[in-house]
Design a protein around this ligand. Structure first.
Ligand SMILES: Cc1ncc(COP(=O)(O)O)c(C=O)c1O
Length: 424
């Protein structure tokens, strides 16, 4: 766990209930601030939730293996602790966008198989080969990778990517035969080993767009067949992301790449994470920075987009768009003392305001714990994402560097067990 830098006596969530066990209701701090009070701001990440989610997703996909996608600092959750928790819970691969992200994990002692899939001409392919990091390949990368392998006298491990419709990286259907032919040559000469063939789904989170996912799967199987005919027979075929894992069992194949789901979030706009027994791992929390009485008609924040309807008290929340709280957010919920309130007016760089709609000065006093979102309050990243016109993926990933990640383990030492094999 990476709580070492935070002395135990200052841990804001030592007595925090387990995820899903109800509101925290911890807003009773009044009077002078406690010296050893809560952290000023924190994204508390529950590694027990990560392990639970990985084990749950494994039970959906087995016998397919699970790659935990921990790119972008594990969607803002902290790559190293999340990677370790995911591996503990039975993930057998780690997925990263950049080789540099994979190298950081290697340097921290993570030895599990890793795949990095987004490269530029500046990518350190040689380091990847030295560190046994698998490389996603759309086409052009084959030559610099082969050069690095030749120089190091060591075969590179590659996964060939076919673009079955997303239109991002991956070889086009037209270019695929040439890419597999070249990969077959390089494999024959011992410079590369084609470990996998993969693709990425475009619309599997939209449950009424089955036909387009069907088409992607069909193209994928044809691409694998073309590769086999060219003498390239991979160990693993993979195309499923979290939407595919949860909604398209026919996409599971040999390996799935699970990102969002391992963080306990749902990819579907109409189905909450609880439908899939997923537990949100991140709680964003802070404390009330000011509480004051204002009259009716008080304008709030830049542009006065909100005015108080009656005399009321305002709570100032010390998080803003510099911390990843999206500026376009309108009326998102927050919990203070187990009660839900709404953001009033614009989110500023460092702060936003909540209209407490009361003249009771004991409500949400300075120092009271604020939960922006998290399982204890029941406020989901989905609600915030909807209020901000974005998606939960972006919301958690962009929680800023000024918000320390605090990793907790609400069920230390638990045995996550083997996949149940239950069909769902
Ligand atoms: C290539 C690739 N695979 C898998 C994932 C994981 O997707 P999800 O977070 O929906 O599980 C991503 C994330 O964007 C990705 O880029």
């Amino acid at each position: 766990m990476s709580t070492d830098y935070l002395p135990e006596h200052r841990h804001p969530f030592r007595d925090r209930p387990r995820p899903g066990s109800g509101p925290t209701g911890t807003s009773s701090t009044t009077g002078p601030l406690k010296r050893n009070g809560p952290a000023e701001r924190a994204a508390v990440v529950d590694l027990a939730a990560i392990r639970h989610n990985v084990a749950t997703l494994r039970s959906w996909v087995q016998p397919a293996a699970l790659m935990a996608v921990v790119k972008a600092d594990a969607y803002g959750h902290g790559a190293l602790p999340v990677a370790r928790a995911a591996l503990d819970a039975g993930a057998t691969w780690l997925g990263l966008a950049h080789v540099s992200e994979a190298l950081e994990l290697r340097e921290s002692g993570v030895s599990a198989p890793m795949l990095a899939w987004l490269h530029t001409t500046g990518t350190p392919f040689g380091r990847a080969v030295e560190e046994n990091i698998d490389l996603g390949v759309s086409g052009w990368e084959l030559e610099p990778i082969a050069e690095a392998a030749q120089r190091l006298e060591r075969p590179a491990r590659v996964h060939l990517k076919i673009d079955t419709g997303l239109g991002r990286n991956g070889a086009t259907i037209e270019d695929w035969p040439a890419v597999v032919a070249r990969a077959a040559e390089l494999q024959e000469s011992g410079l590369i080993r084609v470990v996998g063939i993969f693709s990425h789904l475009a619309v599997a989170d939209e449950e009424d767009r089955e036909a387009e996912t069907d088409e992607q799967l069909e193209l994928f199987h044809q691409a694998v067949e073309t590769a086999r005919e060219a003498g390239v027979d991979p160990d693993v075929r993979h195309i499923a992301n979290t939407p595919g894992i949860l909604h398209r069992p026919d996409s599971h194949l040999d390996l799935v790449r699970a990102g969002l789901g391992i963080y306990g979030l749902t990819p579907f706009s109409d189905r909450p994470a609880t439908d899939f027994d997923l537990i949100p791992a991140m709680t964003v929390t802070t404390t009330v920075a000011q509480n004051k009485a204002v009259p009716a008609g008080q304008g709030i924040s830049y542009g006065y987009r909100y005015r108080t309807a009656a005399a009321t008290r305002l709570a100032l929340i010390p998080l803003g768009y510099a911390d990843g709280i999206p500026r376009p957010t309108i009326a998102a919920p927050v919990a203070i003392g187990g009660q839900r309130y709404e953001v009033a007016g614009r989110i500023a760089m460092d702060q936003f305001v909540v209209d407490l709609k009361t003249d009771d000065a004991t409500v949400a006093p300075v120092g009271a714990t604020v939960e922006v979102f998290g399982p204890a309050s029941g406020i989901s990243a989905d609600e915030w994402a909807a209020a901000a016109g974005t998606i939960n993926y972006e919301l958690v990933t962009r929680i800023g560097a000024r918000v320390p990640r605090i990793h907790v383990d609400t069920r230390p030492g638990e045995d996550v067990g083997a996949p149940t094999g239950e069909s769902r």
